[in-house]
Ligand binder design. Structure first.
Ligand code: A2P
Length: 324
């Protein structure tokens, strides 16, 4: 029982994580189709006591009978094959940036803006976009505070893992650790005319869309660090209403998908290693921003697994919403 599911990019870092998340959450499925490029077609993959043959995404009928297609094979692949999947009646949950800013495409973090899914139904072809990994991890912690005191301005600095650049980048980090270990560098996304790189502008634009707040001011600096699969982010928030740090801590304690790691005495705070392979986003260093008056600012430090909540878990949670 359950929907017929296709995974596009099944051999990739996120594609493989889709499978782990499906198992961990007992996601029901009637059948499963693993799709990738012709390079991988014919490859056998074991999953939940069965063996699957990876199929070529470009082969005709790749989406016949598919109810839900989880895409994570890059923006070009989504643009090329997403519409075909929709035409055959599938709901596409797309992990690429291809459709995120399309006004007709919901951009969804289930804990943050589930209402954006209101018009999406299983059996009626549609695209739902998974936000950028840094955006998801940041907004998991910032949104509960935003709902309480309204964020006017947010300043984010990221420390991003290699996983966002795919399985090959993770392998490269492993093999060439010596070259990366004593350095960090600006995110590899192309730099735009305004001096921001594309990753930074995604955080700016996606936050406005997800919060449905075109006025919120966001600025970001995105940096890659030699870490395998979890992002860290320093987030500075300026609020319309006062918000003291004890109240902020209570709000975050109650927030779904968020764990507080904030032990000042032991100097224990979130780290990328500790959140790796975990579902929850960890938040710590929760403190009043001294540079702002009347408790109108907070600083927090957030870590989240890029492949999991930043990609595969969020997409599977979206798929779960379709089953309700
Ligand atoms: P393949 O392994 O056959 O190249 P990652 O993000 O870890 O690099 O993974 C990218 C995923 O997207 C892989 O599963 C890869 O398949 C798939 N992919 C990349 N380009 C294409 C394409 N043109 N058509 C189908 N799948 C693709």
């Amino acid at each position: 029982d359950g929907p017929s599911v296709a995974i596009v990019g099944a051999t990739g870092a996120v594609g493989q994580e889709f499978l782990r998340v499906i198992t961990d959450r007992d996601f029901p499925y009637r059948s499963l189709r693993l799709l990738a490029s012709e390079r991988s077609a014919g490859k056998r993959l074991a999953f939940e006591d069965r063996e699957y043959t990876v199929q070529d995404l470009a082969a005709p009928g790749a989406f016949d009978g598919v109810d839900i297609a989880l895409f994570s094979a890059g923006g070009g692949v989504s643009r090329k094959y997403g519409p075909a999947a929709v035409a055959s009646g599938a709901v596409v949950v797309d992990n690429s940036s291809a459709f995120r800013m399309d006004p007709d495409v919901p951009l969804v973090i289930p804990e943050v803006n589930p209402e954006a899914m209101a018009n999406v139904r299983l059996g009626q072809g549609a695209i739902v976009a998974n936000p950028n990994c840094s955006t998801i991890i940041c907004l998991m912690a910032a949104t509960p505070l935003h709902h309480h005191a309204k964020v006017l301005r947010m300043v984010v600095s990221t420390y991003q893992a290699a996983s966002g650049a795919g399985a090959a980048a993770m392998e490269e980090l492993k093999l060439q650790t010596k070259e990366y270990a004593f350095n960090i560098f600006s995110h590899n996304a192309p730099v735009l005319e305004n001096g921001y790189n594309e990753e930074e502008m995604k955080m700016v634009k996606e936050t406005r869309k997800i919060w449905n707040d075109k006025d919120v001011k966001v600025t970001a600096t995105c940096i890659r660090v030699p870490v395998m699969r979890a992002h860290a982010e320093s987030v500075n928030l300026q609020f319309e209403k006062p918000l003291d740090e004890d109240t902020a801590r209570e709000i975050l304690r109650a927030a779904p998908g968020v764990t507080i790691v904030d032990d000042r005495a032991a100097n224990r705070f979130p780290t990328p290693l500790e959140v790796s392979d975990k579902d929850d986003v960890a938040v710590g260093r929760i403190r009043q921003d001294l540079s702002q008056d009347d408790n109108r600012g907070l600083d927090i430090f957030v870590c989240g697994d890029q492949i999991r909540k930043g990609a595969a878990l969020n997409a599977v949670q979206i798929a779960e919403m379709l089953l309700k």
